[in-house]
Design a protein around this ligand. Structure first.
Ligand SMILES: [Zn+2]
Length: 53
């Protein structure tokens, strides 16, 4: 039995502006590992904190 790994097309680059990092075919994200964290972090919807009295 052979498992077929799902791979993305080669030659993709990170979607982050000015980033020239190539994405691995095993990386199905739009961003490289560096910017993936940054983007997900900044796009996180931060819950509004309310001070409970
Ligand atoms: Zn990047």
């Amino acid at each position: 039995m052979r498992k077929k790994l799902k791979t993305s097309s080669t030659g993709r680059k990170c979607m982050f502006p000015d980033c020239t990092n190539h994405l691995s075919i095993y990386n199905h994200e739009e961003y490289c590992h560096i910017h993936r964290d940054q983007v997900s972090d900044s796009q996180k919807i931060k819950p509004a904190y309310h001070h409970v009295i």
